[in-house]
Write a protein that binds this ligand. Structure first.
Ligand code: SF4
Ligand code: SF4
Length: 122
């Protein structure tokens, strides 16, 4: 099905999600990509998000000038993933259908503002 969104026109909202979950398989792929052992990759690239209801490993973030923060692997000038071939499964699956809710919102707001570069606060 043809995608009805264009990531090249988006500042990368999905890469600013606080909790981008990674599996042990994802961590092993990151380790291989960077030539690291799995324990080092787990420690360097992820942290444990643990509450009463959740216990998961998520990607570390870094501060950003558009959103509060983004995934540490996001190029904040080019607004794209720097590890595309080694990105986690959750990033491969998103968005799950032919549309992206944030992209629709972005297009709507840019039309309203008459500004192709406008970035609404999410
Ligand atoms: S939020 Fe949607 S349009 Fe933007 S980068 Fe992610 S998938 Fe692409
Ligand atoms: S790994 Fe790449 S696609 Fe996934 S959140 Fe980070 S920058 Fe975005």
């Amino acid at each position: 099905m043809k995608a009805r969104y264009d990531c090249s026109k988006c500042p990368g909202y999905c890469c600013s999600y606080d909790r981008i979950e990674v599996s042990e398989f994802d961590i092993a792929r990151l380790a291989k990509h960077f030539g690291l052992d799995v324990d080092t990759a787990r420690e360097r690239f992820t942290w444990r998000y643990k509450t009463k209801d959740h216990d998961e490993r998520v990607l570390r973030h870094k501060q950003d000038h558009v959103f509060k923060s983004t995934c540490r692997f996001f190029d904040q000038d080019e607004r794209r993933c720097t590890i595309y071939a080694a990105r986690p499964n959750v990033c491969r699956r998103y968005p799950t259908g032919p549309t992206c809710g944030y992209y629709d919102f972005l297009v709507f707001e840019r039309e309203q503002q008459g500004d192709d570069e406008f970035i609404p606060s999410a």
